[in-house]
Design a binder for this molecule. Sequence first.
Ligand SMILES: CSC[C@@H](O)[C@@H](O)C(=O)COP(=O)(O)O
Ligand SMILES: [Zn+2]
Length: 215
Amino acid sequence: MKQQLLDTVSINYDPRVELIGAASYFHAQGWMLGTAGNLSAKMPDGSFWITGSGKSKGKLSQEDFVRVYPDGSIQAPLEESVKPSAETSIHSSIYELFADAQACYHVHSVDANLVSNFIKGDEIPLPPLEMIKGLGIWEENPNCVMPLFDNHLKVPQIASDIKTRFLAQKPQIPALLIRNHGVTVWANSLETARNYIEITEFVFRYMVAARKAGI
Ligand SMILES: CSC[C@@H](O)[C@@H](O)C(=O)COP(=O)(O)O
Ligand SMILES: [Zn+2]
């Protein structure tokens, strides 16, 4: 009986309403302006719902999402014309790399774009702020870095760079930054992914302000 109930709950699970709420909140913060960014959430069968490509992220509806299956096949609920996000390959790579990931969020902010140019290398040292604990690092004065990837017109190239690097070495934190583009986070729940976006954006804002203040 209990198992039956659990099965029914998982069959009826639909993360789209929560994804729409997150997108509209990020849009209000200026992190998902126009068509920028994409959000996805995993389903119990291993597929994931992802925002359709080119949709205005401040006014999404349930029909603006596409369901992507592990074999790459897709299902657009009502409108066949809805295509999955151009950055779906990045979301797929994250779900392949991190079995616990239930959600993957990607946004574009001015501060993230500025910070991505602070350094030429492939990782950015993060300031040892209390907020870093919110990314799962419980250390005094943490020595934490955020992986930084080059932006490419061909998104599968970015996805492949992420896979290659993270297969060789897992990142310290569940976040990565694409240069002149934006941050991507992943988490074991939609709520935590939303928190990670807020925390990384706080850290970027601090870094820009600190540089301006000469700290
Ligand atoms: C301002 S749109 C930029 C896009 O190229 C991309 O980076 C993005 O985040 C949104 O693409 P989308 O295909 O709508 O998911
Ligand atoms: Zn993007």
